[in-house]
Design a protein around this ligand. Structure first.
Ligand code: SAH
Length: 416
């Protein structure tokens, strides 16, 4: 079957027939042998003179034995993203169909949970390095991190549509890709590459809760799908409580707390539109009596400032959730990020009623789980509220961690 994907995709120039042969250093070969899919430029001894993004590239060892084959990208410091390692085989439509089928099968348990907003393809961990596909009901959002997928996108999405009926596919691209628009052949970030334009508000369901989603301009691909399990956990903590949700975005944690029976939820975010969206999400779920009964307050301000102000006012909450944006994307930012997490932990415990629950998350990839835990626990202790019953959660089922370097989300639940 063929689907009416945007003609730019079906007309994309084909890749070279023969894979590029890359001469790779021993450390590069060792890393590919270990199953790491990224081959950095500095590990290539001699750069091929002609490679185009998306050409297949193959690596052999000193004994001419196959090591890996993947997609080449001359514009990225990650020159090749391996798709197959140790055993050779074609990279073609059937290969993509198989990877997609395996990824979708892993997500089947979610379909029993009234959830139609989830990640269908989680890049490296689903064997599709550099590509993420999120689903919001009948709309999919493909986020690419490399030009190398563009020549293969038609095949991939045609396979996806065959396995998963969808109304629409939106294309999002990484900052790195947008820096080379000359290689996009007119494709734009946020472009609808399959199906009709979005004419009314798009919604998805997470454990039965409805959320509006903006896959074109929204943060990430429109919603923070990765916090689903942590939100469900917050729901179980919230009965009869006053809950503070800091960095609330469109109210994911706030809605979960409300359905869990919170009497009052305060959402803090510096973005007015995000708070407006959280209010609309409360309205969308007003048929749930617990949600209709919750008083939802919003504070539009910088979180650090707002928290200090609430401390000054002597406010107390039985549940405090702090889920900030990434404070570090590079190693050099880790120290400042840890300082910020420490300050948030301190402000958070100062607002916590006795025996309250605090939830602190970090999506800063370079910050290790150990450093994060140590920093926030130490800050709470300095504030005179040492934590008990600490639980740390990891990635949800649709954000698998087969690729260990892909771990970014850390979340601590503690009582103090
Ligand atoms: N907790 C959310 C996701 C948070 S995303 C969820 O469950 O979906 C980070 C949010 O922090 C964004 O909405 C952004 O607008 C907000 N933000 C970033 N910096 C901020 C700051 N200094 N003060 C308050 N909000 C901030």
């Amino acid at each position: 079957m063929t689907h009416s994907l945007h003609p730019i995709l079906s007309e994309w120039p084909h890749c070279a027939n023969r894979p590029l042969k890359l001469q790779v250093t021993n450390s590069g070969i060792a890393s590919l042998h270990r199953g790491h899919p990224w081959l950095y430029a500095e590990r290539i001894k001699e750069e091929p003179s002609q490679g185009q993004p998306g050409d297949l590239a193959v690596v052999f060892d000193g004994k001419k034995k196959f090591v890996a084959v993947g997609l080449y990208d001359p514009f990225s410091p990650i020159r090749m993203r391996a798709l197959r390692a140790s055993k050779p085989g074609p990279i073609d439509r059937d290969f993509f169909a198989d990877r997609i089928a395996k990824a979708l099968a892993r997500r089947l348990p979610l379909l029993k949970t009234k959830t139609d907003g989830y990640r269908m393809i989680h890049g490296e961990s689903d064997g599709m390095s550099g590509m993420v596909i999120d689903r919001y009901a009948k709309t999919a959002v493909v986020k690419l991190y490399t030009h190398a997928w563009l020549p293969h996108l038609y095949d991939c999405l045609d396979c996806l549509l065959e396995q998963q009926p969808l109304d629409r596919i939106v294309l999002r691209m990484s900052r790195g890709m947008k820096q080379h628009p000359e290689h996009l052949r007119g494709l734009e970030d946020g472009q609808i590459i399959y199906g009709e334009p979005i004419s009314e508000t798009l919604t998805c369901r997470e454990n039965g809760l409805y959320f509006e989603v903006d896959p074109i301009y929204g943060q990430k691909t429109g919603f923070f799908l990765d916090q689903r399990d942590n939100r469900a956990r917050v729901e179980t903590l919230s009965k009869g409580k006053r809950v503070l949700n800091v960095f609330s975005y469109n109210g994911g944690f706030s809605l979960a707390a409300a359905r869990g029976g919170a009497i009052e939820v305060t959402s803090i975010d510096q973005s007015g539109p995000a708070l407006e969206s959280s209010k609309r999400n409360f309205a969308l779920n007003a048929e749930v009596s617990a949600i209709a009964a919750t008083r939802h307050l919003t504070i539009e301000d910088d979180a650090f400032k707002a928290l200090a102000e609430l401390v000054k006012q002597g406010k107390k909450y039985e549940v405090v959730i702090i889920d900030p944006p990434a404070f570090a994307v590079r190693r050099s930012q880790v120290k400042d990020a840890l300082n910020a997490y420490g300050r948030l932990a301190q402000l958070g415990v100062n607002l916590l009623a006795p025996d309250g629950d605090i939830v602190l998350a970090s999506c800063s990839k370079p910050v290790s789980p150990e450093d994060f835990r140590h920093t926030v626990c130490a800050a709470a202790e300095r504030a005179g509220r040492p934590w008990r019953e600490i639980t740390e959660t990891s990635h949800a089922l649709d954000h698998p961690l087969d690729f260990a370097d892909g771990r970014y989300l850390k979340c601590i639940f503690a009582t103090a």
